[in-house]
Design a protein around this ligand. Structure first.
Ligand SMILES: NC(=O)C1=CN([C@@H]2O[C@H](COP(=O)(O)OP(=O)(O)OC[C@H]3O[C@@H](n4cnc5c(N)ncnc54)[C@H](OP(=O)(O)O)[C@@H]3O)[C@@H](O)[C@H]2O)C=CC1
Ligand SMILES: CC(=O)N[C@@H](CCC(=O)OP(=O)(O)O)C(=O)O
Length: 343
């Protein structure tokens, strides 16, 4: 059994970790933290866990975290980096669901996250936790940086085309939409139902912190400098991300369905659908899955990729458990077999 701790257990990704881990046959939940709700039984805050999780929230400075095999940080950006060095020293492995260890360049991190990195010496060691890119490194990692939700959908969508030299890396567009749970559980006026309901908007069009993360992922596969336009949108729904990706073909001798099928043939959590199908967010709601498809409309040199995930599952907690399975030599699918919820 893997003895697991969760820092930040009252947010949406923490709650999603609890939902998945409560049914995981090889994980034993040992500690879960909250500063605001320390002392409260978990099942009182989250009644769907009654009878399944018999823990009480502890403050995040509890020494019990040091006795875990693995600690997940489901906390705001800039939190994990303060505690991670101490945990690693005590032999505890860490998966951070926030962005603290995702970017390799500490100056770039400071530019986008607004504060100096507390432990830049760990950035090189940290493994970016997208199993479809770094499976072998994740198995051996002490510290995994779980990807952002938008970068998961966009990276998995563009990667086959770049890796096989099919598109021009100098002209990539990612038009991506997210449900409001992507912004977390904290009270924010802009996320009230009366603000987001019956409305739809783009945001951070001048630059979003996920752009450098996506560029870092995809640059490895690009033969020339990568130029990405990334525009996120907020949708009046709760869960889900849909990424519509555009690129210019630089080769026409490629059968896109075959390319995606071959590229993801051994990936348990990526489902390449036939061209002409339209993956929708409800087909992945609650599931640890990215569904995608690529087409090039007739007489056009543009390829359009559609990629969908549940931001809280393949975009966060599900992917984190997939990484845990790899790190502890468990079957990669363990605890992650849930199908999507329909409707
Ligand atoms: N929501 C999503 O779809 C995704 C989120 N992420 C990332 O995952 C992380 C968590 O996101 P999410 O669950 O949405 O966030 P929430 O805002 O919903 O929850 C944050 C949690 O962290 C705790 N917390 C806040 N500040 C601190 C602190 N200084 N020390 C310890 N605990 C703290 C909070 O509890 P308390 O204040 O009581 O301690 C709460 O439990 C974020 O970095 C987010 O960017 C990544 C991918 C997708
Ligand atoms: C809808 C919405 O607001 N989404 C969030 C992204 C959530 C996330 O995954 O961001 P991290 O990199 O911090 O983990 C945003 O745009 O800030």
């Amino acid at each position: 059994m893997v003895r697991v701790g969760i820092v930040g257990g009252t947010g949406y990704t923490g709650a999603e970790l609890l939902r998945i881990l409560a049914c995981h046959p090889e994980a034993s939940l040992a500690v879960i933290t909250s500063r605001t709700d320390a002392g409260m039984p978990v099942a009182e805050m989250f009644p769907h866990l009654r009878g399944r999780v018999d823990l009480t929230f502890s403050p995040p400075d509890t020494p019990a975290l040091s006795e875990c095999d693995l600690v997940f940080f489901a906390t705001p950006n800039g939190t994990a980096m303060e505690a991670v060095p101490g945990l690693l020293t005590r032999g505890v492995r860490v998966i951070d669901l926030a962005a603290d260890f995702r970017l390799k360049d500490p100056d770039l991190w400071q530019t986008w996250y607004g504060l100096p990195h507390a432990c830049p010496e760990l950035l090189e060691e940290a493994v970016y936790g997208l199993p479809e890119l770094h499976r072998e490194a994740i198995r051996a990692a002490r510290l995994v940086a779980n990807p952002g939700c938008y970068p998961t959908a966009v990276t998995l969508g563009f990667k086959p085309l770049l890796a096989e030299g099919v598109i021009d890396p100098g002209w990539l567009i990612a038009d991506v939409k997210s449900g409001v749970s992507g912004a977390g559980r904290k009270a924010t006026t802009g996320l009230l139902m009366a603000e987001v309901g019956e409305s739809f908007k783009a945001y951070s069009v001048m630059g979003h912190r996920h752009a450098p993360e996506i560029e870092q992922n995809l640059s490895t596969y690009a033969e020339a400098p990568l130029r990405l336009t990334f525009v996120p949108h907020l949708l009046p729904m709760i869960r889900g991300i849909e990424a519509t990706l555009y690129a210019r073909l630089q080769r026409r001798d490629v059968e896109l369905d075959e390319l995606y099928r071959r590229h993801y043939a051994n990936e348990p959590f990526v489902d390449p659908m036939p061209g002409g199908s339209h993956p929708d967010t409800r087909s992945v709601r609650g599931a640890n899955l990215c569904r995608l498809t690529a087409v090039s409309p007739r007489n056009s040199d543009v390829v359009i990729v559609q990629s969908v995930i549940d931001n809280l599952v393949k975009g966060a907690a599900g992917q984190a458990v997939q990484n845990m399975n790899l790190m502890f030599g468990l079957e990669e699918r363990l605890g992650l077999d849930a199908l999507a919820l329909l409707p």
